[in-house]
Ligand binder design. Structure first.
Ligand SMILES: *Cc1c(COP(=O)(O)O)cnc(C)c1O
Length: 422
């Protein structure tokens, strides 16, 4: 065991961490009688201590003002969603006109594909990753069926090479070139949920555009985790949820990005509803739909304010911490955890126990593929206060989130796993 494999080293790293105070802004669930080692922010982020008051404010305004809260609330509900344009633009590297908080993630993927998957007899193929999150696969399959096409004729899954878990970027680019004129859409995760692999969205978008197709990304595991520059990368559309790294609570309101060239174009087809209608004339209730020339026109319904109040509490913290600083800490923290795990793999009892299947292109997540006793190891970790994520049949995913996880958390995980008696 090296010098690094000690709680003293972890503590020293925590003391040097300029973001360490943010941990105290979150409610850390107890487990086995003490604060858990929570490494599951890629599944459900922790609750900010400010969330309850943010929701309570809207409940109070509703109690005091009733319908008047739409206009006279402290944060009027009519325009409630508008406050997210700037912070979401900062998190995604978009223009404020290109983003909007709305609905749930899978719902939004469908709404976006209605606009951006418009298959023709010649151009109808979709490239996605094998082992995409199941909801994304179901969405793609049903989009094919919606257009009277067979999923098997439409969907081209990029598979890992033999003996690997992650994808080779070259294989994705090669597939795009090979599909050529037949390719309608590339729809993959910005960060793969299973391996934690980060894809080069700029390169994929460039190659996709070169064959005349559309590039869309599912950012469920990317937003709040890695640096994004959607506008500069020329990405056509993207969608995300807010309950993973964004800490906005279970099932909380999701979000979308649409490049301004599409959003400002009135010819881009969008499913219409009154909340997407020109604001000046919305309440004239006229029969013809006049879209707002921004991503807001994809909103159909009025805003779910209670869930958005949780998003507000969370995004305020992100703005205070800043994505630059978070990404810098994340690189260090995950590299530290990775190093501890490599040491652990050298221990006599742990040789051949697991491999790390997350490639170098990664955010904060590491995925450990167990070659034996994976579920036992997971249960052992849980019994010793670690909340991680188990994926059948053999993978433990851990995600030290730089907002609230410490170097001590990383050390604790490795230390407890080192005690696991195989
Ligand atoms: C978490 C996640 C989802 C979940 O979809 P919901 O519509 O929010 O339930 C979908 N896709 C990916 C890639 C995810 O990581």
């Amino acid at each position: 065991m090296s010098q690094d494999f000690t709680s003293e080293t972890a503590l020293a790293l925590d003391q040097q961490d300029e973001l360490r105070a943010f941990r105290s802004r979150f409610l850390i669930p107890p487990l086995q009688g003490k604060e858990s080692v929570y490494l599951c922010g890629n599944s459900l982020g922790l609750q900010p201590k400010t969330t309850a008051a943010s929701i309570q404010q809207e409940l109070d305004d509703w109690a005091k003002l009733g319908v008047e809260g739409h206009v006279h609330g402290r944060r009027p509900w009519l325009s409630y969603h508008e406050q997210f344009a700037a912070p979401l633009a900062r998190l995604t590297g978009a223009l404020p006109e290109e983003v909007v908080a709305m609905n749930g993630l899978t719902v939004n993927l469908h709404i976006l594909m209605i606009s951006f998957y418009r298959p023709t007899a010649q151009r109808y193929r979709i490239i996605c990753e094998e082992k995409a999150f199941p909801s994304d696969s179901y969405a793609l399959q049903s989009q094919a069926l919606l257009h009277g096409l067979q999923p098997a004729d439409v969907i081209h899954e990029i598979k890992p090479r033999v003996g690997q878990a992650h994808l080779e970027e070259e294989d994705i680019l090669e597939a795009i070139r090979a599909e050529g004129d037949a390719l309608a859409l590339v729809m993959i995760g910005g960060v793969n949920y299973y391996t934690g692999q980060v894809f080069d969205m700029e390169r994929i978008t460039r190659e996709t555009h070169a064959v005349g197709a559309i590039a869309g990304f599912d950012l469920a595991h990317a937003i709040g985790n890695i640096e994004l520059n959607l506008h500069a990368w020329n990405v056509d559309f993207a969608a995300w949820c807010s309950y993973k790294y964004l800490n906005s609570g279970p099932g909380s309101v999701a979000g979308i990005y649409i490049h301004e060239k599409h959003a400002s174009n009135p010819d881009t087809f969008r499913l219409a509803g009154w909340w997407g209608h020109d604001k000046a004339s919305r309440f004239k209730m006229e029969p013809e739909f006049v879209p707002i020339p921004t991503a807001e026109s994809w909103q159909m319904s009025n805003a779910p304010v209670l869930s958005m109040a949780a998003l507000k509490a969370s995004l305020d913290i992100f703005d205070e911490a800043g994505m630059d600083r978070l990404v810098a800490k994340s690189r260090k923290l995950t590299a530290y955890l990775h190093k501890l795990l490599e040491e652990l793999q050298q221990m006599p009892l742990h040789q051949g126990l697991f491999s790390i299947i997350t490639p170098k292109q990664r955010g904060c997540q590491l995925s450990l593929l167990f070659h034996r006793d994976g579920k036992k190891a997971f249960d052992y970790l849980f019994a010793h206060g670690v909340i991680a994520d188990w994926r059948e049949p053999d993978v433990i995913r851990i995600a030290p989130a730089p907002l609230y996880n410490s170097y001590t958390d990383a050390f604790q995980f490795a230390h407890i796993l080192s005690q696991f008696n195989v």
